[in-house]
Design a protein around this ligand. Structure first.
Ligand code: SF4
Length: 357
């Protein structure tokens, strides 16, 4: 009797190099990053003294409203900020111990796709409509791996299987796939060279709600299988709770609070983070209207003085209007935030803030 052909097991012998952290060194550490978009008329501060850390094998949810600077940060990591008008003004982006901002263009080209890959929001912008999906995966592999001929084809077919697509669809074009399947192809391309880190920019926003959960589940599973770190850019706190070890909350180009996901979700301290959590509808409570954070995000071309959140913060004082709050660690837990009125014990003294005003 003919036996059903079993798919080949995953062969991680390509680019399996994994970076070894020394003394708890993070895989990615962004220090005081400033990115602007400059035109004759105005200068937009998209990323403003941003600090961020991501450990090896860790997943970090990068959360914030539209325009907070999340995508610009991701483009900065990959050195893909469009220049002009974008300029990486200052700061450091340490990845595997090296400052990416100091690398030559050729070195950076090698890192993109092989050590760091990116999954974009809309799969149609990542896929070439005139090439078969198989050829597109082969193209990524051909750029970074010493593969050719049958080996290249085998590996590309294998990557399709890894993301749950039959390898027989190797010669199909993107338009022959649904949105969810296209995003699976993008995930296959992102993982093809077994990168150390993936940046996923709102990877499910363009998909039907029913498909979103499947794609997220797949990404989460493959992240563990490939032992890859993930920076997940999203505005969906529910998604972060599902799949991220840590979370960083971004406001007006800076991280205002970050730490262990459970810790932040159980004890959000920054008034902006608390506002975000309060605006999530609850299935258990019967409410007439949802909480909204008053006001609108600031114009990045005209950021407020002091704490950028002060025009919307109910606890803002004169000090908040003048002085930029430093990031402060809460003792004994993985939790940092920038607010003048939270002490290292994690106590919020909003009353005292009002008294100062
Ligand atoms: Fe609000 Fe002041 Fe804290 Fe900023 S520093 S979040 S304005 S209380």
């Amino acid at each position: 009797m003919l036996q059903k052909k079993q798919p080949k097991p995953f062969q991680p012998e390509l680019n399996t190099e994994r970076w070894e952290a020394k003394d708890g060194e993070p895989l990615l550490e962004i220090r005081d990053l400033n990115i602007i978009y400059k035109t004759d008329a105005r200068t937009v501060r998209a990323v403003n003294k941003l600090n961020l850390k991501l450990g090896a094998g860790e997943s970090l949810g990068f959360v914030g409203e539209t325009g907070a600077g999340k995508t610009t940060t991701a483009l900065g990591i990959l050195r893909l900020v469009p220049d002009p008008p974008g300029i990486i003004e200052s700061g450091q982006i340490l990845f595997e111990g090296r400052d990416l901002l100091g690398l030559e263009k050729d070195e950076m080209r090698q890192i993109r796709g092989s050590r760091i890959s990116m999954i974009f929001q809309d799969p149609m912008t990542s896929l070439n409509p005139s090439m078969t999906v198989g050829a597109q995966i082969e193209e990524v592999l051909g750029l970074h791996e010493k593969l050719s001929g049958v080996d290249l084809c085998e590996r590309a077919r294998h990557m399709l299987e890894v993301v749950g697509i039959r390898p027989e669809r190797f010669n199909d074009y993107p338009h022959q796939f649904s949105g969810g399947m296209k995003q699976r192809v993008c995930i296959a391309m992102a993982l093809a060279c077994n990168p150390q880190m993936i940046i996923a920019d709102e990877p499910t926003t363009a998909l039907d709600v029913t498909i979103q959960a499947q794609v997220l589940e797949l990404m989460n599973k493959l992240k563990d299988e490939f032992n890859t770190s993930m920076l997940l850019i999203t505005h969906d706190l529910g998604v972060v709770a599902e799949i991220c070890d840590r979370v960083a909350i971004m406001y007006a180009g800076s991280v205002v609070e970050d730490g262990d996901t459970d810790e932040i979700y159980d004890h959000p301290l920054h008034p902006y983070t608390r506002g975000l959590f309060a605006s999530i509808p609850s299935l258990d409570e019967d409410v007439e209207s949802l909480h909204v954070i008053p006001g609108a995000p600031p114009d990045p071309a005209d950021l407020p003085s002091g704490c950028c959140f002060h025009p919307r913060c109910p606890y803002a004082t004169e000090r908040c209007r003048k002085e930029i709050p430093e990031m402060r660690a809460i003792s004994g837990v993985d939790h940092q935030l920038a607010c003048h009125y939270v002490n290292e014990k994690g106590e919020f003294s909003g009353k005292e803030a009002k008294a100062d005003a």
